[in-house]
Design a protein around this ligand. Structure first.
Ligand code: FES
Length: 276
């Protein structure tokens, strides 16, 4: 079973707020809301100012390509933080990233499930990247050297989801992907490229074609097929990261050149000189 059917891509948002050194005990905090939030403390303010730390607060995750409202998500993170950590100052940093959520909450670390020779994978970190990265370093080293490892079965990429909850999650995520293909018969985001502002992108329908149109800050248009080169879902505009994001399995593309920023797609969005 292909690995992209067993995990789902999510975007997660993080803000860094200044806080007086010592005002927040250094610890790793998180809640269990859905979507959840996580908090950690970074010593120093990143600018060399003495006596200031940065409180990193993340969360507000959504499936990649399913929302484009980063400003509201950053604002909710800030409000949530101010309500709980009253010593915080200004928002000094903010960014978003992409995480892979496996259907049974455990990473996939081991030999390539497609059986490519000498290919090993480590993915599905579910926010546990430091832990999984460490495990992957140990486990994959053993596999490459032909040694056994007690964790091999646990993280085996070919494993089936265990338990009813995981199986339901598998069905839900793959149904969600299936519904995204109906966008091929729906209108574009806008009727015409004339409606696209400087530095923004939108999908425009032209007959049977869906076109990913980006207008750069000089007003020049960059047009590519909106068909993701992985398995053909229609890409969505991400105004925070300035990229085309695929809502099916999380591939991301450069808006000017169409180049791949994030797999599983391996090739750039097509121009219309190329065959779809
Ligand atoms: S169709 Fe799979 S990532 Fe786009």
């Amino acid at each position: 079973m292909a690995i992209h059917t067993k995990q789902a891509p999510y975007r997660t948002y993080v803000i860094g707020m200044t806080v007086p050194a010592g005002a927040v005990p250094a610890a790793l905090y998180w809640d269990t809301a859905d979507p959840y939030r996580y908090v950690r403390l970074q010593h120093g303010d990143g600018q060399g100012v003495e006596g200031t730390d940065v409180l990193l607060v993340g969360g507000e995750d959504h499936k990649t390509g399913h929302a484009d409202d980063a400003e509201q998500r950053f604002a909710r993170l800030e409000a949530w933080t101010r309500a709980r950590f009253t010593a915080v100052g200004e928002v000094a940093f903010r960014w978003s990233g992409q995480v892979m959520e496996p259907v049974d909450y455990l990473g996939y670390i081991g030999r390539d499930p497609e059986k490519a020779e000498n290919v090993y994978i480590a993915t599905g970190d579910s926010g546990q990247g430091t832990t999984h990265g460490t495990i992957a370093g140990m486990l994959l080293t053993d596999l490459i050297q032909g040694h056994s490892n007690p964790w091999e079965k646990l993280y085996e990429p070919t494993r089936r989801a265990v338990g009813t909850t995981s199986a339901l999650e598998f069905v839900k995520e793959n149904l969600d992907v299936a519904t995204k293909y109906t966008e091929w018969v729906q209108p574009g985001d806008v009727d015409s490229e004339e409606e696209i502002a400087l530095g923004a992108g939108a999908v425009v329908r032209r007959g049977a074609r869906m076109v990913a149109v980006y207008r750069n800050t000089f007003g020049e248009l960059h047009e590519h097929s909106a068909a993701c080169t992985h398995l053909g879902c229609i890409v969505h505009w991400n105004s925070q990261e300035m990229s085309w994001d695929c809502p099916c399995h999380g591939s991301r593309f450069n808006p000017s050149t169409g180049e791949v920023l994030n797999g599983p797609a391996l090739t750039a969005l097509r121009t219309f000189e190329e065959k779809e």
